[in-house]
Design a protein around this ligand. Sequence first.
Ligand code: ATP
Ligand code: MG
Length: 266
Amino acid sequence: MSLRLATERPPETDANHRDSSPLAVRGMTVSYGQKPAIFSVDMTVEPGRMTAIIGPNGAGKSTLLKAALGILTPLAGAATVYGKPVEKQRHRIAYVPQRASVDWDFPTRVIDVVLMGLYPQLGLLGRIRPTHRARAGDCLARVGMEDFADRQIGQLSGGQQQRVFLARALAQDADLYLLDEPFAGVDAATEKAIIGVLKSLRDAGKTVVAVHHDLSTVTDYFDNVFLINTRRIAEGPVATTFVTANLQNAYGGRLAGAQMEALALS
Ligand SMILES: Nc1ncnc2c1ncn2[C@@H]1O[C@H](COP(=O)(O)OP(=O)(O)OP(=O)(O)O)[C@@H](O)[C@H]1O
Ligand SMILES: [Mg+2]
């Protein structure tokens, strides 16, 4: 007979692993109409890693992130963030939505957009102090946008706006960073700047999850990969998961065989 002492740690099980995961999604189904956009999706994000969510247009990548964040109500399933419901963990999450989903038709300065990232730390009646402005300025400098602090956000190019949203996410000082296509439509220099910032977050122990379209950079940029096409196709380390069979399952005939061979490691 084996009796376990109260102080003894329980053995590592799948459930323990899920509980400590920065983001764990279970049986998530979301439907906008008749057909589900995502169906019974499970995902367990590994802490301290950079994970790419990949899959074709309309695969449900943005829907998965929004449902996990509670922005969309799922038909079924649930998500936890560090083992707790997402509503209780908002302060630990920074989310950068897919570009063009925000319409800046009212005047807002760049510095004010970044300061929005600090609101949770300011409290309800908190005042913005010089230290907060300095911090927002630092975050802008990290993405190379310090010279644009007083510009109207609507007067920036798409790539410059993308950098500002990343600066706002940095200001939040979160543990989990969720980014929906952070490299969409940005030039090579901006892409380099953004990936540098994301890798430095990862190296500081943060967890980064990004929807990503460019299959040629997955191996360079990411540690893990999550493949989806309405259903979860596979997830795990890039070396073992970013492989031809999984890509074929996710993209079907949309990628030519030769392209697959060039991209996949095995
Ligand atoms: N607000 C909405 N109303 C109705 N259908 C929607 C809505 N948003 C998304 N869909 C549909 O749900 C499916 C998944 O969309 P989603 O935006 O999650 O895909 P995605 O993988 O992010 O695609 P992309 O790579 O183009 O960003 C698509 O078929 C899309 O047309
Ligand atoms: Mg999307």
